[in-house]
Design a protein around this ligand. Structure first.
Ligand SMILES: [Zn+2]
Ligand SMILES: [Zn+2]
Length: 340
């Protein structure tokens, strides 16, 4: 089969790989649609310190069952998505589906093999999740990033009537804003410097959209909705962290969703202390967030179509990566179709 093989920073190409062979408890899956994540771009360019080369990258995907263990509840041809994290399987965190809290936590396609930018892969049954029949392939491939968003709004405790700010309107920001709305937030400000992405937020029905290059975000939020209950920082700059804390009401919650790839950020202590703020990390998801993400996608409470910029074959993988890197105004989410 064909797949993208990464042997070191920037060293990746489409190669002929061995067909995976399923063990007794494994499901053999044909990948139908896979998303290129921002974290994949970092990984391909050598900016992920956890990378264990060589590997096939990729963790956002859906596919079709080619072969499943007996009594697994899965049949040939069924459409599925996959939970892309592994843990020890024994600790309390693993037992509760919080694999991200396991001391042996690893991410598929980064630390362990099994990435999705290839035609076929083998996955243990317990990480395979069925998709509803009516769900489109594009939506199935977006379940994973949607799970990131529904996890973040639960971490932030978003509830009916909340005033919320989402700083950053890329894939995760736009999904988080929709998830916050689905959880009942009544006033939501989305902040995003790229005009095309602000347009997508508008298509999704958001009214309070700020261009932080033109308006001071803090002043905009205060004018439009006052102090907010929950802020999601999906950017992770010093400035966005400062703004986030300044716009929160006392006892409000700051959720850190951005990958902490910037050194020496320095979180201002004073506002956290003075307003008794809650500062909460949100790193990927728990197992239970996948079924919830599927339900919200199915109910059209979260829409992914406006985020999808293009669908390309695996042969054009390099192009897709370059689009995301060089033209963020045109490309938000690029999906790859490994098989014709
Ligand atoms: Zn991702
Ligand atoms: Zn564990």
């Amino acid at each position: 089969m064909k797949g993208i093989y990464l042997t070191g920073p920037n060293q990746f190409s489409l190669q002929e790989l061995n067909d995976p062979v399923p063990g007794k408890k494994d499901v053999l899956i044909k990948v139908r649609m896979a998303g290129i994540c921002g974290s994949d771009v970092h990984l391909l360019r050598g900016r992920n310190p956890f990378a264990a080369y060589p590997l096939v990258p990729g963790h956002e995907y859906m596919g079709e069952v080619l072969q499943a263990p007996k009594n697994s509840g899965l049949r040939k041809g069924e459409r599925v998505t996959v939970f892309p994290e592994v843990g020890c399987g024994k600790c309390p965190a693993c037992m509760e589906g919080r694999l991200v809290h396991c001391p042996e936590f690893k991410f598929v396609g980064v630390r362990v093999p099994g990435g999705c930018f290839c035609e076929k892969l083998v996955v243990p049954r317990e990480r395979v999740i069925k998709l509803p029949k009516a769900m489109k392939d594009e939506e199935g491939a977006m379940v994973e990033p949607t799970a990131v968003a529904v996890h973040a709004v639960q971490r932030g405790g978003v509830k009916r009537g909340d005033r919320v700010a989402v700083i950053g309107g890329g894939t995760i920001g736009l999904l988080t804003a929709q998830a916050a709305r689905a959880f009942g937030a009544s006033k939501i400000v989305v902040s995003e410097p790229i005009a095309e992405r602000r347009k997508i937020a508008q298509i999704m029905g958001f009214k309070l959209i700020c261009n932080p290059m033109e308006h001071d975000l803090l002043a905009y939020v205060k004018d439009e909705i006052g102090l907010v209950d929950v802020v999601f920082d999906v950017v992770g700059f010093k400035k966005t962290l400062e703004d986030a804390q300044a716009m929160l009401r006392p006892n409000g919650t700051l959720v850190l969703v951005a990958l902490p790839h910037i050194e020496g950020l320095g979180v201002p202590y004073q506002p956290i202390f003075a307003k008794e703020l809650r500062v909460i990390g949100s790193r990927t998801y728990f197992m239970k967030d996948f079924p919830l993400a599927i339900r919200l996608l199915q109910a059209k409470k979260i829409r992914v179509k406006p985020i999808i910029s293009e669908v390309i074959p695996l042969t054009r993988f390099h192009e897709g990566v370059e689009h995301l890197e060089r033209e963020p105004e045109k490309y938000v989410k690029v999906l790859v179709r490994p098989t014709p």
